[in-house]
Ligand binder design. Structure first.
Ligand code: PLP
Length: 456
């Protein structure tokens, strides 16, 4: 086995090194060692084929972080979240974050709430769903009812709830969208819930439209249903995005633990929580809403610490970065960041409305900083939103088009998310490119002859 001798006495240029003269291994670990600089250069270049995260307007996730976050992440590279005893300070910081979030979401139990970090909202949804299922089973057993056919009722949820239902054997009763609706409407609930409903999921920031579902009205309808039928059905709020937006931009909107029926809330730290990828949160209103059966105890500073998770090993850096952001930005900083995004969303909504062919579905005000729209006349436009997405991609923009969920799947929409790191100038350039693409879709591709005149 040859060790490539780069730098015996002088360093070979990375692109003259042996590895640079080969295609990279795809099915087998190579026999030889290669110098880090050479491998780095090869991978760095390969990764340029990915979309540019800054121009990815499809994602809710963090794509920009301060240098200090990069440094903290680097310093925490070796820390395992699961080793509470070995890294007690990381465990302590996770616990501070949980209580900070319980406070942000107006938990009445204060320091006594229960919650944890996760890898994202998906894992948090699994944990929230499991707690609902266990508590429903206890309720049914106490009443002497059957516990064979649990169901979960929700509107147009993110796919993680489909996964929860499939993996943990719960029937997902997804309420179809009514014409003109951007989410679940409370009066629809009556036809879907029954004594086997483990809970209702309400969404703060529907993935498709970015609107909030009316949590307070959903809870009020469940109060009415309880009076009529005796079923006490808890609400879990999927606040993947809204959990870090509503407290700052819509503080007077009650959607959280101010509503008694809300048993648990999840949010993605790596979305509007502004932390780098890989962290989510779930908090229960009060500790006893998390059934003891689901809790595992691990060693912690000579005592034990309750834990609830699907993973075992998990990096600690994202949790530290979340705490950094709480300290660094404070409530005022979060408010300013989210407000700047909302202002830019409003600006883009105005541009979109003026372009002509679009009807706004959501104008970026009142819920997430985002814009969603559809073609006003899809049949007469002469092009589809998918064509427009493709053309925008030529300039690197990733603006997704997709159908709405049932029963509105014939409506195709486009959605642009404005998040931390996406500035006004960038969105002005996006609007300019949208106009250019619309012009090209309306008047066709410039003939080759006309293009041949431009040689640079
Ligand atoms: C993004 C999202 C999820 C999934 O969250 P991850 O953090 O990506 O796992 C769940 N629900 C909603 C409403 C979302 O927007």
């Amino acid at each position: 086995m040859a060790l490539h001798r780069v730098g015996d006495d002088k360093e070979t240029d990375v692109f003259a090194a042996p590895l640079s003269g080969e295609t990279l291994a795809k099915y087998r670990i190579p026999e030889d060692v290669s110098p880090p600089k050479v491998v780095y250069a090869a991978l760095h270049n390969e990764l340029l084929l990915d979309g540019n995260a800054v121009q990815n307007l499809a994602t809710f996730c963090t794509t920009w972080s301060e240098d200090e976050i990069h440094r903290l992440m680097n310093e925490c590279l070796g820390k395992n979240m699961v080793d509470k005893d070995e890294y007690p300070q990381t465990a302590e910081i996770e616990s501070r974050c949980v209580h900070i979030l319980a406070d942000l979401w107006n938990s009445p139990a204060g320091a006594g709430t229960m919650g944890c970090s996760t890898t994202g909202s998906s894992e948090a949804a699994m944990l929230g769903g499991l707690a609902l299922k266990w508590r429903w089973r206890q309720r049914r057993a106490a009443e002497g009812g059957s516990t064979g056919r649990p169901n979960l009722v929700c509107g147009p949820v993110q796919i993680c709830w489909d996964k929860f239902a499939r993996y943990f054997d719960v029937e997902l009763r997804q309420v179809p969208l009514e014409p003109g609706a951007t989410g679940l409407r409370p009066h629809q609930l009556e036809r879907y819930v029954d004594e086997n409903t483990i809970g209702v999921v309400a969404i703060m920031g529907v993935t498709f439209t970015c609107d909030y579902e009316p949590v307070r009205e959903i809870a009020a309808e469940l109060d009415r249903i309880q009076e009529e039928h005796g079923w006490d059905i808890p609400v879990h709020v999927d606040a993947a995005s809204g959990g870090f937006v509503a407290p700052f931009l819509h503080p007077n909107l009650p959607w959280d633990f101010r509503i008694e029926r809300v048993a648990s809330i999840n949010a993605s730290g790596h979305k509007y929580g502004l932390a780098p990828l890989g962290v989510g949160w779930i908090v229960w209103r009060e500790a006893d809403l998390l059934p003891e059966d689901l809790v595992f105890r691990v060693n912690y500073l000579g005592g034990d610490m309750p834990t609830f998770s699907l993973n075992f090993s998990r990096p600690g850096g994202e949790v530290i970065a979340q705490y950094y952001l709480f300290l660094r930005l404070g409530r005022d900083g979060y408010r300013r960041v989210q407000q700047a995004c909302a202002d830019t969303a409003r600006y883009l909504a105005g541009e979109i409305a003026n372009m002509g062919p679009f009807t706004l579905l959501y104008d970026g005000q009142g819920a997430l900083p985002a814009v969603s729209y559809t073609l006003a006349d899809p049949a007469g436009a002469g092009f589809s939103l998918y064509d427009l997405s493709d053309l925008m991609r030529m300039r690197g923009w990733q603006v997704p088009s997709y159908p709405l969920p049932p029963d509105r799947e014939d409506t195709v929409i486009q959605r642009v998310l404005i998040r931390h790191g996406v500035g006004r100038d960038e969105i002005a350039l996006l609007a300019q490119d949208l106009r250019r693409c619309l012009d090209r879709l309306a008047h066709g591709t410039p003939p080759d002859k006309a293009r041949a005149g431009f040689h640079h």
